[in-house]
Design a protein. Structure first.
Length: 156
């Protein structure tokens, strides 16, 4: 059995990505486009790494950047989400190895400003980082969201 890959190895594995694929049938209707850009893990990490203190981004914002970069109609929601999770875990792995200035994954939110329970340390860890940077977190049912997140988006 092969040894398990580290998060940093997973981040570096491009898997023949990025690429743009045509959307067919119901996928074309669902995503409202003809082409889908599938990013590489490093591409998603690179976008996440550029989010400065005081700013935020969302997976949907990243999807839009990926689509524009590759001249596609939409960015893949599945791979953008998975690769943000890999980037977050790789950042924690790098920090544990002593690296400074790792990807500030906590600044990347789910849609509608929601914190991501799948990130390392779950909601509690992401909330701690965001609050230390001055963001206010509100609980709405089971979800936790950054209050007024729209005004902090990188593109605004």
């Amino acid at each position: 059995m092969a040894p398990r890959k580290t998060w940093r190895e997973k981040l570096a594995d491009s898997k023949d990505l990025p690429k743009v694929v045509p959307l067919e049938g119901s996928a074309r209707v669902r995503w409202k486009g003809r082409t889908l850009a599938i990013p590489s893990p490093r591409e998603v990490n690179e976008i996440m790494a550029r989010v400065p203190r005081g700013k935020l981004t969302t997976i949907n914002e990243i999807r839009g950047m990926i689509a524009r970069r590759h001249k596609a109609d939409v960015g893949c929601p599945l791979t953008c989400g998975i690769f943000s999770w890999i980037a977050a875990n790789a950042a924690v792995e790098e920090a544990a190895a002593g690296k400074r200035n790792t990807t500030p994954f906590w600044r990347t939110l789910k849609s509608h400003g929601e914190l991501n329970p799948k990130y390392p340390g779950g909601i509690a860890e992401q909330k701690k980082h965001l609050e230390s940077e001055g963001f206010r977190i509100a609980q709405k049912g089971k979800r936790h969201v950054v209050e007024g997140y729209e005004k902090f988006l990188m593109n605004h």
